[in-house]
Design a protein around this ligand. Structure first.
Ligand code: MRU
Length: 362
């Protein structure tokens, strides 16, 4: 992503080659603040409180966190402890486990003295791979947008949460096709669900679409069904935190309702994902994926900007009422038109995913 003419990623190796820097996403969209993560605990805290968030970025941050733990103590015991600390940060995005397993399997056979350098280099490779994976998701998604543009001119895409470059290392998953379509001169317009309670749509997706110059409108989370009924949405494109081996899709809370509305209105519903987001061990998303329950205060209050520039947290609900805050939901495979991966677009069903798995092994 270019911001003010400068190429940026959401995470990058700090000068000195031992730590890492991030954009503190809890401060966006009002302040652009970077932050250095120097220890495993820094990385775990950043994931837990969502200074970094989005499935692919969580994975890469965890890989750097593991490396930083090994700089202090490269023993087997320290590696296992760092794995556990990082794994406990957030339960739903499978990319966290994927990245930690990959790092542990790579590092365990090495002599402890070699582990830090190898871990840091591996985290860097994972970051680079994520960028290329997301670029390819965009290449495949672009074809879908192109064929719609050939029929209707302007293409109106509804997205939920932030599956943008801020949720990955660069490009984003759901936003990659949008950026590539816009860059190719296609008239793309994006409906951005605000995505309560943390407003990742209104705060992050809108911010980055604006940086890139993609026309968009922020809408309330309840507006999508109405827009679909009136023919104002040509397709939905969302990201995901975990896709099961049968094609069920877990994503930010509210995604399921959009998929239901899309199904009822014959609007294609696409899910964009890097293959590390597939959890080959689970099949039924509703019963098998752990859904993160977050602090009820996220529902009861909201950060906002006062006219004098001060950022304040304001209570927005009746005093004394409790809240519940499930952070993700599962969209059954039958509601998904297609899974857009770096390897191409496949159907959301067990047979297609099995074929993909075999192609990846082969
Ligand atoms: O709670 P968050 O902000 O980490 O949730 C993010 C999402 O749900 C994204 O849609 C998902 O991680 C895909 S990111 C490419």
């Amino acid at each position: 992503m270019r911001i003010d003419g400068v190429d940026k990623r959401s995470i990058w190796a700090a000068s000195g080659g031992e730590t890492v820097e991030i954009i503190d996403q809890t401060k966006l969209p009002f302040d652009f603040v970077t932050r250095r993560l120097s220890t495993c605990d820094d990385a775990a805290e950043a994931i837990r409180v969502m200074r970094v968030r989005g499935a692919p970025l969580i994975g890469v941050t965890a890989a750097y966190g593991l490396a930083m733990a090994l700089r202090e103590d490269p023993s087997d015991t320290a590696l296992a402890a760092a794995y556990d600390t990082l794994f406990a940060t957030r339960p739903t995005a499978i990319n966290l486990r994927w990245a930690l397993d990959r790092a542990r399997d790579h590092l365990m056979p090495l002599a402890p003295a070699d582990r830090f350098d190898a871990a840091y280099a591996l985290a860097g490779r994972m970051a680079d791979e994520d960028v290329e994976i997301n670029r390819m998701i965009g290449v495949h998604g672009l074809e879908i947008i192109k064929s719609r543009a050939a029929q209707s001119g302007q293409v109106n895409i509804l997205t939920h949460c932030n599956a943008g470059w801020l949720a990955t290392v660069d490009w984003g998953t759901a936003t990659s096709p949008m950026y590539q379509a816009h860059d190719a001169g296609i008239d793309v317009h994006v409906w951005v669900d605000e995505t309560r309670p943390r407003n990742q749509g209104a705060f992050l997706t809108a911010l980055e679409l604006g940086w890139h110059g993609v026309p968009h409108h922020i809408i309330t989370d309840n507006a999508g069904g109405h827009l679909m009924q009136h023919g104002r949405v040509d397709m939905c494109m969302v990201g995901t935190d975990r896709v099961t081996a049968s094609g069920d899709v877990c994503n930010k809370i509210g995604t399921y309702l959009k998929a239901l509305a899309a199904h009822d209105n014959d609007v294609p519903f696409y899910v964009c994902l890097p293959t590390p987001t597939i959890d080959w061990r689970v099949s039924d998303g509703v019963s098998e994926i752990p859904i993160e329950e977050r602090d009820p205060d996220e529902v009861l209050s909201l950060d906002g900007l006062l006219p004098d520039g001060e950022i304040v947290r304001t209570r927005i609900a009746a005093r004394g009422s409790p809240a519940a805050n499930p952070a993700f939901d599962v969209t059954p495979a039958r509601l998904v038109t297609g899974l857009i991966t770096e390897r191409g677009v496949i159907d959301a069903n067990a047979a297609s995913l099995d074929q993909l798995k075999n192609a990846m092994v082969g």
